[in-house]
Design a protein around this ligand. Structure first.
Ligand SMILES: Cc1cc2nc3c(=O)[nH]c(=O)nc-3n(C[C@H](O)[C@H](O)[C@H](O)COP(=O)(O)OP(=O)(O)OC[C@H]3O[C@@H](n4cnc5c(N)ncnc54)[C@H](O)[C@@H]3O)c2cc1C
Length: 470
């Protein structure tokens, strides 16, 4: 048998010793522990992103904070690192993690809403769909992104760019407190008064500092909002994207919108009539009453969309707007920030990914930033703001035969937009493992490294965009 811990073939007595150690761990932990020889191993080690090949030596599904403390101690005592993973939406940059216990807190998904104080407290395994449903019962909403299946903790530690972002900023800067198990096994409650440097680092600096077991964050009063999708045949890509870009220049920060090129695959899940077709699309969420929304949308509606789904809706319905796949999917994603988007950049994008480009990419999108995202939030964390006008992402579904073509075309799109690329990447959209210096200013990097060295000097915690200890 191959032993991942030692990276060598082990003999029968050693296998028996390994099993004995695992039995001792299982006796101390309420959650499930799965190793290579157990039934369900392949499902257990799998991430939401099926394109990520994860080969950890062990996978654990803790049910309580005590379980997390035990698992961290076990890993430390057996020469393993610990890689926390809420859902695996961000698994691509993590690599194969052959040196780490994969810790999946998917059973720790409690959601408590304190409606009078407008705050939520959620377990490490909570996803945005659950939070938004619970919050909506009180006329409140959190700063969720486009997919209700994405994990609240991973999303928030990496920034959190959602449908209400131009009004309320990045989700990380609405965090009020966190509970966290450190590499040396302490359970800390972290907020402005307690462990303030760690509290700062967690808010946008990623998952390098410990295992977050619970997160508390602000909710905002949103009973309903005007939101939806406008779609035109992709032959009109240049006209529509230019018009959308011009429209974004004059809209208030109550509106967060996306312009995108969509190539729908010819699969039965997509309704006939749309299946296999290509569109240019504008999606938007507007924190306004219906008559104001209609007025705001008028210039785009005058362009005669083929499909128009705009209506007043509950914030829970925003989860369907962007049509992100719910089930585990082999996804190839690349995302980055654009300092600006002049008309020549729109032309470059359409040439690289629009009609006649032969693009095999499912989606190429531009998210409008600015508003509250542009200004450092008061008392912000490590990711204070996004210094860019637009975020962009290319997304595709990987099948064996098309991976190379997808990577090639995604690179074509990225290089077409290279002249306008912002100085730094946005952690949540950076789908390869980046150095912290690619994500943060030098002063922020220095402070993150200091916090890492203080709370995890042995580099036990394995995260997506690792902060080094020195
Ligand atoms: C379909 C899709 C839609 C998306 N939409 C958006 C969007 O609208 N806006 C946006 O900003 N991003 C978006 N993203 C990116 C997403 O926010 C990141 O991939 C994020 O890391 C996902 O968090 P997760 O917990 O679901 O993923 P995971 O892969 O489970 O976690 C990612 C990383 O977060 C850290 N982490 C997770 N849980 C813990 C924990 N308990 N303690 C410590 N560290 C932890 C770890 O470093 C982990 O590797 C999207 C991604 C996908 C695939």
């Amino acid at each position: 048998m191959f032993d991942y811990e030692t990276q060598r073939i082990i003999a029968a007595p050693e296998v028996a010793e390994r099993e004995r150690r695992l039995e001792l761990l299982r006796a101390r932990v309420a959650g499930r522990i799965v190793s290579e020889t157990d039934e369900g191993w392949d499902t257990a080690r799998q991430a939401w992103n099926l394109a990520a090949a994860q080969r950890p030596p062990l996978v654990a599904f803790p049910e309580t904070t005590d379980d997390v403390v035990e698992l961290v101690a076990f890993a430390r005592g057996h020469g393993l690192r610990v890689a926390p993973q809420g859902t695996g939406h961000g698994a691509a940059p993590l690599g194969t993690i052959e040196d780490a216990l994969l810790l999946k807190p998917s059973r720790m998904r409690d959601v408590e809403i304190d409606a009078s104080r407008r705050r939520a407290r959620v377990g490490a395994g909570a996803t945005w769909g659950g939070v938004q449903r619970a919050a909506a019962a009180h006329g409140l909403a959190g700063l969720a992104g486009t997919s209700p299946e994405v994990g609240v903790v991973g999303y928030t530690l990496g920034g959190g760019l959602g449908w209400l972002a131009r009004r309320h900023g990045l989700a990380c800067n609405s965090v009020l407190a966190a509970d966290l198990v450190t590499a040396d096994g302490r359970l800390l409650h972290v907020d402005r008064e307690h462990e303030p440097d760690l509290f700062w680092a967690l808010r946008g600096g990623g998952g390098s500092f410990g295992i977050v077991t619970a997160l508390e964050f602000a909710l905002y009063p949103v009973r309903s909002l005007y939101a939806g999708v406008l779609s035109w045949p992709q032959e009109r890509a240049a006209e529509i994207l230019h018009a959308w870009k011009a429209w974004t220049a004059g809209i208030p920060d109550s509106v967060t919108s996306v312009g995108r090129l969509l190539n729908l695959p010819p699969v039965p899940e997509i309704p006939e009539g749309l299946r296999g077709r290509s569109f240019v699309v504008v999606e938007a969420a507007c924190l306004v009453a219906e008559h104001d929304g209609i007025e705001l949308l008028r210039p785009l509606r005058e362009l005669g969309p083929e499909i128009d789904t705009f209506a007043m809706m509950s914030p829970t319905e925003l989860g369907a707007l962007h049509m992100d796949p719910a089930d585990p999917t082999p996804a190839y994603v690349d995302g980055w920030l654009l300092g600006d988007l002049p008309p020549v950049a729109v032309d470059a994008l359409v040439e690289a990914a629009g009609p006649g480009s032969g693009s095999p990419l499912l989606s190429v999108e531009l998210r409008h930033l600015g508003g509250a995202l542009a200004e450092p939030a008061p008392e912000h964390g490590a990711l204070a703001s996004l210094e860019a006008e637009f975020a962009t992402a290319t997304v595709s579904l990987v099948r064996n035969e098309n991976e190379a073509a997808l990577a090639r075309h995604a690179a074509i799109v990225r290089s077409a937009l290279a002249p306008w690329e912002a100085e730094r990447n946005y952690p949540n959209f950076a789908e390869r493992s980046f150095e912290v210096s690619d994500l943060f200013s030098p002063a922020t990097c220095e402070r993150l490294v200091r916090v890492k060295a203080q709370y995890d000097p042995g580099d036990l915690i394995r995260s997506t965009h690792p902060v080094p200890t020195a």
